[in-house]
Design a binder for this molecule. Sequence first.
Ligand code: PLP
Length: 416
Amino acid sequence: LTALEQYDPQICELIKQEKARQAGCIRMIPSENYVSKAVMTATGSCLTNKYAEGYPGKRYYEGQQITDLIEDIARQRAVKVFGSDHANVQPYSGSIANMAAYMALVKPGETIMGLSLPDGGHLTHGWKVSATGKLFNSVQYTVNPETGRFDYDQIAELAKKNKPKIIISGATAYTREIDFKAFSEIAKSVGAYLISDIAHIAGLVVGGVHQSPVPYADIVSTTTHKTLRGPRGGMLLCKDEHKIAVDRAVFPGMQGGPHLHTITALAVALAEADTPEFKLYAKQVVSNAGVLAEKLMEYGFELVSGGTDNHLILIDMRNKGIPGKKMAKALDRAGIVTNCNTVPADPAPPFNPSGVRIGTPAVTTRGMKEEQMIEIAKLYKEVAENIDDTETIEKIGKKVKLLCSEFPIPDHFIVS
Ligand code: PLP
């Protein structure tokens, strides 16, 4: 940071503070992680200086001797780890990747069908305030409010009634394994395309602890920075038959110049993901979430769907009489960072919902295991029991700091 220290001490100081914050708290927002030093180095490399509109071999700017090689490596690595025919590594984010996937297959005004936001879907799955809900005729399915799980028969019924051109399978707050085969059968039965958004679970798919949608979906969309542990970005994987449409939808359809520094870092992250260590990491993420869920339930927390199959847990705080936001704020004061979230059929408003969404990707990257999950569950219990007691919350914060000091952020990822 020497140049930064010298030329922009104000921003430099804030970066240092954010680094310390990330090291000194238990980060349990399920979409967050820590990238390796190698990924961080690539993200901050000179590739940020290069414009490269187009695709390798077909660019609109010169000077692509190196960028073509890098983007090709990133694409090849993506194809290898996910087993897809084709990869487009240019989307700036998961949101843009989703929009590009829709534009590749249908026209504005046509019908798309995704999971509703309060039930765990993403904004870009057709929620009304998102462009995806405005440009397309959006139909939304829900989870069964009793079970917190998909009711595939109900989804099939809704598809039959509305005849969507695209069905989106994927979620931002769903705690159970998604049956992509069932979704593909529903899509086929109504002549719809299937787009699977694996933004949250991409790392679990690569690690072999969640089924892959690649054999079933026309297009797979993902972010690169959650369980996959790469730089912030998006990616599309598809069958050969959609390759041209997907590439055109990303550029020039949605974007201009690709962020080559991100693509470079993604290539590094994909190499990291293609290792036995990453498989162990993914397995540990799921095992940690399972233990944490069990312990939380022992302490009387109610979990949507009664547990978890993946990296994510949704706590319904209603039986504790504590709003989700109040719980998330109290946890934050203790140094445990989560986010408040709606629960299925939530009677509370989205800005102050009934649930808290937590996940294990980041703590697992720090090397925490089942033993620490038991400790963390106890901290949740203590926070809930002392929600208005500032002194006790401070004391819990000391325990959090101690735990963090025992698990420093690693440079590389070794799960032993
Ligand atoms: N899809 C899902 C399922 C997500 O959870 C998210 C992000 O939370 C996105 C898409 C959007 O990704 P981004 O924030 O990179 O636009």
